[in-house]
Ligand binder design. Structure first.
Ligand code: SF4
Length: 272
């Protein structure tokens, strides 16, 4: 579907019941708010997820970070140029130094300047940039409560990203099955910490892909005919600090990181 040119084109997608669940008095008012960028299309709970996805992809909605990365990055750079980085540092749990907002991602410094240019001393994995910008622009600065929830329990998680379990948790589990000691490497390399075992798991590791966005990975070893298992948990506040697309991106990025580490690990073992 091409990007909408006016509110009528968005209105046509809606169920026109004027139910007000989106917070607007009418569907037409909601369509106008989406066009002006004041609402996101997925804030109408009556829309089919397929329509939301197609609309978001074609219109450059930040909720489709995964599929529209390039356009999304160009758009947010412009937006960053318009915000106060000093107060953004306070809100996001970062620091302001030498004209830049600096945030720790997995223990490493990443920064953005007033022109929206992204800086880092280390190689930037593609998955890092989009959640970083989303966090700087849209985070409400809510501190974690320590209440862990799965991706499918997050608002819009299951509907919008039904493949999270397969693409992230299942893929990461396969790595953990053959390289269980990788968890130690991950903790050391990325400033994570082993925490007390959660949900009766054998290993529980907490990482910080963004300052107020902890992620907990729990792994259960195979046991007496029961297959191993791995779950990724987020703090219940995560969707108030990040779009669900960014949360998915973080899960996919951490999975890639595990896979790359395992590859290197395999080479080292083979060489040894
Ligand atoms: S929630 Fe959807 S259907 Fe209900 S008024 Fe808003 S736009 Fe219309």
């Amino acid at each position: 579907m091409p990007a909408p040119k006016n509110a009528m084109e968005i209105f046509k997608l809606l169920d026109k019941s004027n139910c007000r669940d989106c917070g607007e008095k009418t569907c037409l008012a909601f369509a106008g708010a989406v066009l002006r960028g004041q609402k996101r299309i997925d804030q109408c709970p009556r829309l089919d997820p397929g329509v939301v996805e197609r609309f978001s992809r074609d219109s450059g909605d930040p909720s489709m970070i995964e599929t529209n990365r390039e356009e999304f990055l160009a758009m947010v750079k412009q937006k960053i140029a318009g915000i106060n980085l000093v107060s953004a540092a306070e809100r996001t749990g970062g620091r302001f130094q030498n004209g830049r907002l600096i945030l720790k991602i997995l223990g490493k410094d990443f920064s953005v300047d007033a022109q929206g240019i992204f800086h880092s001393d280390i190689h930037v994995n593609p998955w890092v940039a989009a959640p970083f910008f989303d966090y700087v622009l849209n985070s409400h600065g809510i501190s974690p409560t320590g209440q862990w929830v799965s991706f499918r329990e997050l608002k819009n998680g299951k509907d919008r990203y039904p493949l999270f379990q397969k693409r992230c948790e299942e893929a990461m589990k396969q790595v953990a099955d053959t390289h269980t000691d990788l968890f130690d490497d991950v903790v050391h390399m990325f400033s994570g910490r082993q925490v007390q075992r959660q949900f009766q798991s054998d290993i529980s590791v907490v990482l910080y892909p963004l300052p107020k966005v902890p992620v907990m990975i729990c792994y259960w070893r195979p046991d007496e005919g029961i297959d191993s298992s791995l779950n990724i948990f987020f703090d219940e506040t995560v969707v108030r600090n990040l779009d669900i697309g960014s949360v998915f991106s973080i899960g996919a990025g951490l999975t890639q990181m595990f896979q790359k580490l395992a590859l290197r690990h395999g080479f080292v073992e083979a060489a040894g």
